[in-house]
Structure formats: structure tokens, C-alpha cells
Design a protein around this ligand. Sequence first.
Ligand SMILES: [Zn+2]
Length: 429
Amino acid sequence: MTASAIREPHARPAEFARLTQLFERLKRSAFDGIGISRLAYSDKESEALDIIEAEALQIGLTTERDAAANLVATLPGTNENLPFIACGSHLDSVPQGGNYDGAAGVVAALMVLARMKQENIRPRRTVKLFALRGEESARFGKPYLGSSCLFGALKPSDLRIAAQNDSRLLGDCMRTVGVEVDRIARGEALLEPSSIAAWIELHIEQGPVLIARNLPVGIVTGIRGNIRHRAVECVGEAGHSGAVPRWLRHDAVFGMCDLIANLDSHWRTLLERGHDLVLTSGIVSTDSEVNAIARIPEIVRFAFEIRSQSRATLEAAYNLFLSECAAVSKERGVAFRFDERVEAAGAAMDKGWVERLTTAAAALGLPSETIPSGAGHDAAVFANAGVPSAMIFVRNQNGSHNPREAMEISDLIAGVDVMHAAIREAAMQ
Ligand SMILES: [Zn+2]
């Protein structure tokens, strides 16, 4: 089969229709007039779990809600002693989000189980779908809540976080939707990592790479970790813009610009050497109260963020940042002041599964492109708990976390094809 044959909408007409209807139902249940608002541990989130559960029951799967009120649908294997294969994603969304972030992965997992059921396959290993809650940090400021519960990774203090929209406490919102909060508060693991053979998650790509390369799917190699400073200050000396000559200036903005330009050239070099890195300074400001067109700025504040799949690359880039700050300080007569360094761990995807998915894609005639994930996903929680994890990205237009997310159903079917082939093979072993 060629890639274009897979992208042909009528390659699987029944599945195409089923998927279209399912997304339509999900959209109807959480449309807020602009986008999808299906916040973590809300009634709308529960409604989405109900929609998926009804479909799973219709397919002939058994379903349950775990102690964290996540939905679990099961296709039983013939050997219950073997670790099971888990797949799925999250069903919550950001406010005014799109219809595919998270939901695409849950629906894809459902289609994989539906196909295996339809093929009358009795796999050796049990395959389970997880429709997770609370992946987005939008409501409680903390991501991966549903998947963290699986491994007993929430702290009692997390349950006292107040929602940003209505100030209700996370623990109370959890209890309302059926979470056994006492068990979560005790840090009880609901799953033993060694009981899970793999976590496979399909997700829409939230960046522009697959669109730019004209590829329906990509295989994720890892989830980038990051190092951040919320506010770095470059401090120089204020002065009259007309009166102070260049050689006597200590211009904070020029200092910061030198720093960013130097870091950009290091970034290019690291990329040329094959390292994975992105660098962003997303907030830059001088104080408009005291500064003016005719005043040399004394202080500029800026945010600093680097992301990489590699811990070593992150540290190397961070050290370059510090040494460039020192060099620019000398050159421009400015000083840099740093707030607390904040970091988030990345996650490597399992090499064996990356290979399995890549091979499955190639066998289907799909170009098998590997791609890093710049955004975090539940897969990071599974991977960091020690579960071999892998992700498939599906092409998606207009970015994510907005109502304009646009994924073609035929691209999703290509993703399901890859996931189905790989899971079916692994479930037989
Ligand atoms: Zn997501």
C-alpha cells in the first residue's frame, strides 16, 4: 500500500465514518461557542469519558473506572500473567481548546482495539485503553494529574491546589467525579510499572514539522525536558541618549541583544553537530515607567528557556548561557542577575518501540520520519515510571491549544494503521 492510498479517505470507509461521528459527538458535548472547554476533573470531562465508554462497550470491550476515575477499556489476552500493553491519551482540554488534543489518542487506541476485536484476534497479552483525566495544567497549574495518580505520584499538598477558574480544590473536584481521593493522597500506586509491557500514545503534533514536511505521521524519539529562568535581569547604567558616547555606555538592551545573538550562533553550531535544542526568550521588557526614547535603558528583564531531549545537551547549553553572560558583562560593562533556575525532566522513548513503530510505518508504505516532542505528554510520566513508552504524532494544522486545530481523519487512520500493526505484533509475543 502506498502512503497516498492510506491517506485516501475511503480506504476504511466504515472507520472513517465512525471516527467522524465520534469527534462530532465529543465536540457537541464540550463546545463553548468558540472552542472545546473540557477542563480537568469537570463534568464535561466525565461526559467525554462516558462517550468513549459507550463506544467501547459497543465494540465488545469490558470497561471500568480506576481509583483515579480514569476510564480503562480492556481486550483480554490469553495469558493473564504477561505484562499488558497500555495505550491511550487524555480527554481534558485547555479552555477554548481544539477537538483533537488528547482525544485523537484516545479515539485511536479505541480503533486499535476495535480492529483487533473485529479481526477476532485473541492476543497473548491483554491490551488496555486508558482515557486519562487532567493532563493539561490549565485548570490546576499542574500537568499529568490522571497519569501521575496511576503511579502514586501526587502529593497530599497537590490535592489542595485551587482551580484557576473557580477556586475549587483539586481534591474536591476529584472526589466529585468519583476519584478515591484518600488512596491518591496516600500516594498509593494504582499500577505496578512492571505489570505494563508498554505505553503507546498517539497525539496530534502541536508544532509545524509534519505539515512542513508533508508527512501524515511521525514517530516520536523523546520528550524534551527544559531549563528555565522566569526572569533574568541585564543591568547597565541609565544615561542621556544624546550625551553619552558609545565607548562610555552601559546599555542593558544592547547587552541582552549581544547575549541572544551569541546564543543563537551557539545554537546553530549545536544543531549542526546533531544535538537537539530549542532556545526561546519569550518575555523581554524594560520598565516603561522610567524609560523613554531618549534614555539609555538601565535594566532589561527577560525570560530564558532551553529545551532538549538530552540532559547533557541541556547542561552544555546552560553552561554556554552562563559563560556568554560573563563575556557580555565584560564587553558591555553590564551585569546579569538570575532568579531561580527551574527545570523539568524530559523523557526518552523506548528504542525498541521506536524501531517497531518505524518498521510498521515503513511496511505500510508511510515515510517513517522520527521527530522529537517539544511539548510534554502523559507518555513522559509512564516513561519516567520505568514503562517502555512510545508516541506517534499525527499531522495537524494551525498548532494546538486553540479552536483551529485541524487534523485530517485520513491522517489519523494512517496513525491508527501504524499503532495497530505494532501493538498487534507485540501483543502476540
Ligand atoms: Zn495533549
